[in-house]
Design a binder for this molecule. Structure first.
Ligand SMILES: [Zn+2]
Length: 462
């Protein structure tokens, strides 16, 4: 329906309209028109209106983001007319709540910031060697024991079913889908400490920051039942279309020695332990397919050739530092959808200057991510769902340190996820970015330096 407004109606107002005749106004697309008489945001889906509002807020003075009443501000915006639509349908931010635990309020604050940046997926890394953070009623030990295996500050805690439902609803109000990640068969020492019988040799492993060969045993049939029961509860908590099942960094030393794993390899006619991981991934993906869901895996599952994976598998291309675009090409060749979030330069935990275990080779600044990011594809394949960025919390990145990593570099990534057309010169982009700093200040975002040469001597990353 197109709304026609008489002179007296719709004056001095913000109008939300639809225009179904406009074929370009699909999904998240919107038109924003500001005239001396009115503001009109036209879209054919609620998310389009929402993004129109985000842009309108950006046109207003920074004080619009204040949480308290502000006097003496001229609430003025320029007259303009724009059409805007995203480059990618998938625009995600991943937070590692496994190694470090963040409060529900912290997560909600980040959902607000993601919405402002027009990101629409919150990829929530909920399980790690250092903590299992999601309540599973059938297996209470996962949180009672598994959320307390690391002893550092902000390393204990978990999200109750009620917390999860609150966060999922809060995200949905901002047109953000929450994608849970249950990382298996590696990175799950916390689960194995709670239930040692899940491991190959029924021994509780040590909780590690990185990764270890202590995997969930893929030979024991009862472990598939355990995982299916976990997924039943995860799917009930998270109504979206996707579940991330990890699959990264799983050294096969134990599987190679485990009688149950070796028996499974023989029975199923698999080549070796790498084949066993593909079998394991396939079974879980098939289970999700029966629930009408898609399974996301880190790229590790397509680095080698082998048994084909089901077509509901989506590949997360991450390790460009080690493998270039091998996973990206392999995934496309096998017909899988791809999410592009390479560790060069979408991993925002890599600081701008060296810190803790991050030496200079594991740093990057705004200019690098803007100009050299492999995930920023000028001509993406039709199977590319979109782009991602990640904030891992290894080496004890606590809540108060996260803003400094994420901001302002996430603007470059959000720009690459949303903006179509040719890239602007970096200096132009940087000037626009700096003009947003007053907004970040009002929002209470403790943003860090953007450029390596701007990091003051002795700058505190923590
Ligand atoms: Zn085993």
């Amino acid at each position: 329906m197109h709304l026609h407004w008489s002179e007296e109606r719709g004056q001095n107002a913000i109008l939300f309209t639809t225009d179904e005749k406009r074929s370009d106004l699909v999904g998240e697309a919107y038109c924003l028109k500001v005239t001396p008489e009115r503001v009109e945001i036209c879209a054919n889906a609620p998310s389009g209106h929402f993004y129109g509002v985000q842009t309108f807020l950006q046109l207003l003075p920074p004080e619009i983001y204040s949480s308290t009443t502000v006097d003496h501000v001229l609430w003025q915006v320029p007259c303009l007319e724009i059409f805007d639509a995203p480059k990618y349908g998938w625009r995600s931010f991943m937070l590692d709540s496994g190694r470090q635990f963040q409060s529900v309020d912290f997560i909600k604050r980040y959902l607000d910031l993601l919405a402002m940046l027009k990101l629409n997926v919150f990829h929530w890394h909920l399980t790690e060697g250092q903590g299992w953070r999601v309540q599973i009623n059938r297996y209470p030990g996962l949180t009672q024991i598994g959320s307390r295996v690391a002893q550092g500050e902000e390393q204990q805690g978990y999200y109750s079913c009620e917390d999860i439902r609150e966060i999922v609803a809060y995200a949905a109000e901002r047109f953000i889908a929450v994608v849970p990640e249950i990382d298996v068969p590696g990175h799950c020492e916390a689960a194995l400490i709670a239930y040692p019988e899940l491991s190959c040799f029924a021994q509780p492993p040590e909780s590690v920051m990185g990764f270890s060969p202590n995997l969930i045993c893929a030979g024991k049939e009862e472990n598939y039942q355990f995982l299916q029961q976990v997924l039943d509860e995860i799917c009930a908590l998270f109504p979206g279309d996707y579940v991330h099942l990890g699959g990264d960094e799983a050294p096969k030393d134990n599987w190679d020695k485990c009688p149950a794993c070796q028996k499974k390899i023989k029975e199923e006619g698999l080549k070796d332990s790498n084949g066993l991981q593909r079998y394991f991934a396939k079974r879980l993906a098939d289970y999700l397919r029966r629930k009408g869901k898609k399974a996301i895996f880190w790229e590790d599952v397509v680095l080698q050739d082998g048994e084909p994976l089901p077509d509901n598998v989506v590949v997360f291309w991450w390790n460009s530092r080690a493998h270039g675009d091998l996973a990206y090409r392999n995934a496309l060749r096998r017909g899988h959808s791809v999410i592009c979030g390479t560790n060069a330069y979408c991993y925002l935990n890599y600081p701008v200057a060296p810190w803790s275990q991050y030496d200079r080779s594991r740093t990057f600044d705004l200019k690098t991510t803007y100009e050299k990011n492999p995930s920023d594809l000028s001509d993406p394949d039709r199977l590319v769902l979109g782009m991602a960025c990640c904030l891992w919390t290894d080496w004890h990145v606590r809540m108060h340190m996260i803003d400094q990593r994420v901001f302002p570099r996430i603007y470059s990534l959000a720009d690459q996820m949303w903006r179509r057309g040719a890239r602007r010169p970096f200096d132009v982009f940087y000037e626009i970015l700096k003009s947003t700093y007053p907004r970040l200040k009002i929002l209470g975002v403790d943003y860090g330096p953007a450029m390596a040469e701007e990091v003051p001597p002795g700058y505190q990353w923590e």
